[in-house]
Design a protein around this ligand. Structure first.
Ligand code: HEC
Length: 162
């Protein structure tokens, strides 16, 4: 009987030890993976993916135009009937984005060099909740993380044309 009691006590002691070490690891462990973090991680990867980081050459509009904008946007954003008057064809894109006010959100510019988070073009491509109208492109696949990363990095690095 006495032996049993000791054993039971031992188990309780072990259990509380385990609980204790669990508590100790909490600040570094489980807390970090609680609800808000996955969203933060997603933002980080959207920001970093495909050249969103600080390494490698800075994308220029001269590269992004034939790679992303001409094929994915000029079905609509060209000529007299371009939605919101926004011309994204190779001849006009350089003069219609950088420092130009949005029609839908006149309080914002389409591209603010150095500030992707304040650039309405980037907000439309990412589908932010406070955009007017739809996420762009209106038809065809939305930009993936790599493509968003390129546009973000282009803007963050000053939105160079060439
Ligand atoms: C199928 C037609 C279509 C395609 C393709 C398309 N758009 Fe649009 N775009 C529209 C329409 C219609 C609007 C206005 C209504 C809306 O925003 O939902 C618009 C509005 C915009 C605006 C807002 C302009 C402003 O001044 O506020 C931006 C920015 C934009 N598009 C960017 C793009 C980009 C970048 C692409 C290519 C990646 C693209 N769009 C592809 C039809 C299109």
């Amino acid at each position: 009987m006495r032996k049993r009691y000791t054993l039971a006590f031992g188990i309780v002691a072990l259990a509380s030890l385990a609980a204790c070490s669990g508590d100790k690891s909490t600040p570094l462990g489980p807390d970090k993976s609680s609800a808000p973090i996955p969203a933060a991680k997603l933002t980080v990867s959207a920001n970093q993916a495909g050249g969103g980081g600080d390494d490698g050459p800075v994308p220029t509009l001269a590269q992004l135009s034939p790679e992303l904008f001409t094929p994915r946007c000029t079905l609509c954003h060209v000529g007299d009937t371009a939605p919101a008057g926004l011309l994204l064809d190779a001849d006009n894109i350089a003069s219609t984005l950088v420092g130009v006010s949005s029609v839908e959100r006149p309080d914002l510019q389409l591209v603010v060099p150095g500030r992707p988070e304040q650039s309405y073009l980037f907000m439309k491509l990412r589908g932010d909740s406070d955009i007017v109208g739809q996420q762009m492109p209106l038809v065809g696949p939305h930009f993936n993380l790599t493509e968003l990363g390129k546009v973000r990095r282009w803007i963050a690095k000053g939105a160079p044309i060439e």
